[in-house]
Design a protein around this ligand. Structure first.
Ligand SMILES: C[S@@+](CC[C@H](N)C(=O)[O-])C[C@H]1O[C@@H](n2cnc3c(N)ncnc32)[C@H](O)[C@@H]1O
Length: 452
């Protein structure tokens, strides 16, 4: 239901942030729901989005500065007051176009209306101190884990792991990229239009775009709301990050093929595969969650794709349904920690627990093993994730090959298909600082024709 509203955008931002920080709501979903349910003018919607994402992106740094501006520990403060202080501090420290006076005044007003009236003096005092202090010079901190974690707002355990995997310089660059703006990217539906024509059509609807960095099918949105365009309704494009588009090229699909997408919802890659098949062939789009089947159907319906068949099922049990060696191509776009998409979904870095990541490789390997049985000899199996954790990527593939190296090999021709040099044989890791895209991992495995 659409509720007309005249409420202050900062009040909306505060309520959304409160849900993300204290109820573990996903940032993109909480924002999407709140903006959908209220008819905010576009300018206000942009402001709310920036304050919410910006505050979550910079949470560590903001909490540190707030803590050093208060006598008691920051996290002992009243829940709503914490939220008001965090978002007001974000405006003071990172939003040049908001004058300090306005950020402090609005914070105090919010404390009166939504926080605790009696604490307005406290909010005023803390915010004034934050304004005076500014962002400290973190380069003084000797320990690189603490320094990077505080300067770029990431949890220390994650920075430590990334330093172990990629070294200090890459980790710093990755963390800095994660707090930058995430761009919205589009994938042209080649069955309907070409990139140049789509760009013109979008421009005619007030949407500015620029060609993507990684594929000839992608556009980066630089202005306007592409979601509301008639090109979107008509199926001329889909929203998809460029790194995800590479997965379909890695699969090397051809018209007439029978393809399995084992973990398919919401259907972005399944629909891209169908487009590359020229809608001639079959894509079985499987996902474990029944409610997500609708998402796949909706996407395929909007794109007018007939070759996508959605189904609900556990990818680790697909051999109960399909005979072995049924498919020409198999994609395992595995459930993962999502730590490559921190730029677009910043809450992931705060909500993900180290212990949760430790459980994922076992599930990923189980799905990969089962899906592999369904691939015909000579076919290609692609394993991909939107994470940059080696234990979910290269290590899963290494375990797989330890067990099945006699029937599978890494496919060296991956480079030419995705137009990028592999980081290891048949594998490509994309870090978020490299192309402005999500962090992503793709491995291409070929099933040997003859058992070696
Ligand atoms: C990375 S997402 C897939 C994104 C999708 N390929 C796309 O491009 O739109 C991983 C998906 O795996 C699904 N999933 C998790 N465990 C699964 C399982 N055991 N079997 C099948 N799907 C599973 C999740 O519901 C989630 O939708």
């Amino acid at each position: 239901m659409v509720k007309a509203t005249n409420t202050n955008p900062r009040m909306h931002a505060a309520k959304i942030l409160d849900r993300i920080c204290f109820e573990h709501a996903y940032s993109h979903l909480a924002l999407h729901e709140a903006l959908r349910d209220r008819q905010l003018p576009e300018k206000d919607a942009r402001f709310v989005t920036e304050v919410v994402y910006g505050t979550i992106k910079r949470l560590n740094t903001i909490d540190y500065i707030l803590g050093s501006s208060m006598k008691q520990p920051f996290k002992k403060a009243d829940r709503r007051v914490q939220t008001i202080l965090r978002m007001s501090a974000y405006q003071l420290l990172y939003m040049d176009r908001v004058p300090d006076r306005a950020a402090i005044h609005e914070g105090v007003e919010l404390a009166k209306k939504w926080g605790r009236k009696g604490l307005k003096g406290f909010v005023n005092g803390v915010l004034r101190s934050v304004g005076r202090q500014g962002i400290p010079d973190f380069t003084e901190i000797e320990d690189p884990v603490k320094r990077i974690a505080l300067a770029t707002s990431h949890p220390e355990w994650l920075v430590r792991k990334w330093i172990q995997a990629y070294g200090k310089e890459n980790t710093l660059a990755m963390c800095e990229a994660n707090v930058k703006r995430a761009y919205t990217m589009l994938r042209v539906n080649r069955l309907k239009t070409c990139r140049d024509d789509l760009q013109v059509d979008l421009q005619n609807e007030g949407i500015e775009t620029t060609p993507g960095n990684l594929t000839s099918d992608s556009l980066i949105v630089t202005g306007g709301q592409a979601q509301k365009s008639s090109s979107f309704t008509n199926g001329a494009f889909s929203f998809q990050d460029e790194s995800s588009m590479l997965v379909t090229y890695a699969l090397d699909v051809r018209p007439g093929m029978n393809v399995l997408d084992a973990c398919a919802a919401p259907g972005g890659k399944a629909c891209h595969i169908a487009e590359r098949l020229a809608d001639n062939g079959q894509v079985i789009a499987n996902d474990i969650h029944p409610h997500k089947q609708t998402l796949i159907d909706e996407q395929a319906g909007r794109l007018r794709l007939k070759s996508v068949t959605s189904r609900t099922g556990d990818a680790a049990e697909l051999t109960n349904t399909y005979k072995s060696e049924t498919f020409d191509r198999v994609l395992v776009d595995a459930p993962c920690s999502g730590l490559g998409v921190v730029k677009a979904k910043p809450d992931i870095k705060w909500h993900t627990k180290k212990e949760e990541i430790e459980k994922l490789p076992e599930l990923q390997l189980r799905i990969l093993e089962e899906a592999a049985r369904l691939l015909r000899k000579g076919g290609i199996l692609v394993y991909s994730t939107c994470t940059v954790m080696p234990e979910e990527n290269e290590e899963v593939v290494a375990h797989f090959l330890q067990k099945y190296g006699s029937s599978f090999e890494l496919d060296e021709t991956l480079d030419s298909r995705i137009g990028l040099r592999s980081t290891r044989r048949g594998q490509r890791l994309i870090l978020p600082q490299q192309f402005n895209s999500d962090g992503f991992y793709i491995a291409a495995l070929k099933k040997r024709d003859e058992q070696g």
